[in-house]
Design a protein around this ligand. Structure first.
Ligand SMILES: Cc1cc2nc3c(=O)[nH]c(=O)nc-3n(C[C@H](O)[C@H](O)[C@H](O)COP(=O)(O)OP(=O)(O)OC[C@H]3O[C@@H](n4cnc5c(N)ncnc54)[C@H](O)[C@@H]3O)c2cc1C
Ligand SMILES: *[C@@H]1O[C@H](CO)[C@@H](O)[C@H](O)[C@H]1NC(C)=O
Length: 506
């Protein structure tokens, strides 16, 4: 007993030969001793709560964390990170848990997951318009609370269950982003726990290099406990528009109709005499029969109908199934895009899931999409041999006036600034139909191979586990930015405490 007591006291710094005997059990025991000695709230595999806490949003990729920490204080996070660093355990925080690759479950078995769901406070400072948002807050709750506390708004994605933690640190696009920028662009400061267990404030003036790296690669650099976000006044009203065609459906239309319609939208999107920072939209394709275009206009429906709609739909087939242009108030607008009765989500114990494989293509504004690429895409999906259902969303990021394009990699460690379009190709029911994975990969290839001189990339928030670390680094960051991030990683996290299969330094 004496010997065990002594071991517990030294925590993780065990003599090397002990690891050699049974490293897994020893790492677990040592981590356990360390966390227990500091009273960190934890769940082990033997805990009844473990299996539900371990479930990622994407049930295609389930990992078994060594331990799940559910901190209620900053000190808990600091202690947990210190223990993990001492014991050689990899760490990933979990914000909303919506990582497409389940990186917030570690991205492999045996990691420490720090689930931030108890850090869910949202507090708007009405004098400055800055909202303090806990690292485990979900987008819907954030939007509702900043509106309730002072009629403020932020740009972000449409799904209310997504967490600010992963979303704002890896981009964060919504139909307000051409007007207000990415969610990432609204971050003015953070409280963050670093790999050495220290808690620091980082902003443009304080720990500016860490602040830079977190905005684009937080998963590799720290655990953000609080975000300070610069909000906008919520518009009194804005216009929602949606048009739907069953005769441009795939399959069921001709290739010319499909490609020419898309090319017209591309001409429109790059036409500075009609497009400015007040408009954003995306094209959606469903595997069965819909082709829709949906978006947002920061102006009245009357102005949209008079000045924009005629140009947007000029020369394309008349919409057959949906033809909606509507003035909307801010919260009802968010609810409409969120797809449920409200945008409020459970603060703890969120339990929604999907099982899917998704990937992205970012299309440089300098090139756009060629007729050949669109034809090839049409041929691929109209062959009709998809092993499961899927959808495709092609969102407009660029074009005249886009706020996304007003910043660069000096502003933040984030490169996705010069894309015209970003594709999301999303295959559903992947557990029952694993063939959807190669099929979705083929969808990307169909576009990319038909336009060989374009340097396509990928969008970090649609993180794609099918890439090697090296490919991922090239597609998400490019060589120059990645080299800068790698140098920082060696400085701030030399032991790769913050790790997932595509992290900086992986
Ligand atoms: C249904 C659905 C709809 C979506 N819609 C959109 C959309 O409209 N627009 C868009 O841009 N994206 C969208 N996404 C993608 C989404 O933005 C990303 O999956 C995002 O990274 C999820 O953030 P999270 O906190 O929920 O995920 P998590 O899985 O918790 O985190 C993702 C990564 O960020 C890290 N991380 C999380 N919290 C923190 C923190 N506090 N500090 C440091 N690192 C942290 C995690 O360790 C992990 O590596 C959608 C995803 C889904 C599943
Ligand atoms: C751009 O929009 C203007 C105004 O509607 C229109 O006259 C012009 O033809 C458009 N240009 C292109 C290239 O489509």
């Amino acid at each position: 007993m004496k010997v065990l007591g002594a071991l517990a006291l030294v925590g993780c710094i065990l003599p090397h030969f002990v690891f050699a005997q049974d490293s897994t059990n020893t790492v677990q025991a040592a981590t356990q001793d360390c966390l227990n000695s500091k009273d960190v709230p934890v769940y082990w595999m033997s805990s009844p709560e473990y299996s539900e806490l371990a479930e990622p949003f994407n049930l295609r990729l389930e990992y078994k964390p060594l331990v799940i920490v559910v901190p209620t204080t900053a000190k808990h996070v600091q202690d947990a990170v210190s223990c993990a660093a001492q014991c050689g355990v990899k760490v990933q925080p979990r914000g909303g848990g919506h990582s497409y690759a389940s990186y917030s479950s570690g991205g492999k078995d045996g990691s420490m997951v720090i689930n931030l769901e108890e850090l869910h406070e949202v507090k708007l400072d009405t004098a400055t318009g800055i909202a303090k948002v806990g690292g485990g807050v979900r987008l819907g709750n954030m939007a509702q609370k900043i509106y309730d506390q002072g009629k403020r708004a932020l740009p972000h994605g449409t799904c209310p269950g997504v967490g600010i933690g992963g979303h704002a640190t890896h981009g964060g696009y919504g139909y307000t982003s051409r007007t207000w920028g990415y969610a990432l662009d609204t971050i003015v400061a953070v409280d963050v726990v670093l790999a050495d267990g220290s808690l620091v404030k980082a902003s443009f003036d304080e720990n500016a290099d860490i602040f830079w790296a977190l905005r684009g690669a937080a998963d590799s650099f720290g655990i953000i406990l609080n975000f300070y976000l610069k909000t906008e006044p919520a518009p009194d009203s804005l216009t929602f528009f949606q048009f739907g065609w069953d005769n441009i459906a795939v399959p069921g239309s001709t290739k010319d109709t499909f490609t020419n319609t898309f090319l017209h939208f591309q001409d429109f999107a790059t036409n500075a005499s009609v497009v400015d920072d007040r408009i954003a939209f995306g094209v959606n394709l469903m595997y069965d029969d819909h082709f829709t275009l949906s978006g947002t206009f920061f102006g009245s429906a009357a102005e949209f109908n008079q000045a924009i709609k005629p140009e947007l739909l000029r020369g394309v087939p008349t919409p057959t199934v949906i033809n909606t242009v509507r003035d909307m108030e801010w919260i009802p607008y968010l609810i409409l895009f969120g797809g449920a009765d409200d945008i409020t989500e459970p603060e703890t114990g969120y339990d929604e899931h999907d099982d899917f494989f998704a990937k992205s293509i970012t299309v440089p504004e300098s090139d756009g999409l060629s007729k050949a690429a669109l034809d090839s895409f049409y041929d691929y999906i109209s062959a009709g041999d998809a092993p499961s259902s899927y959808f495709v969303i092609v969102n407009l990021y660029g074009g005249p006036g886009s706020a996304i394009a007003t910043k660069d990699t000096d502003f933040a460690a984030y490169r996705e600034r010069d894309s015209l379009w970003v594709f999301q190709n999303y295959g559903e029911r992947a557990n029952a139909n694993p063939g959807i994975v190669p099929w979705i990969n083929g969808m990307n290839d169909a576009v990319i191979n038909a336009q060989p001189n374009t340097e396509f990339g990928a969008y970090l928030n649609y993180v794609d586990p099918s890439y090697s670390a090296q490919e991922a680094h090239r597609l998400y960051y490019g060589h120059e930015l990645y080299a800068r991030l790698l140098a920082f990683k060696k400085k701030y996290d030399p032991k790769n405490v913050f790790w997932n299969p595509q992290a900086i330094g992986a």
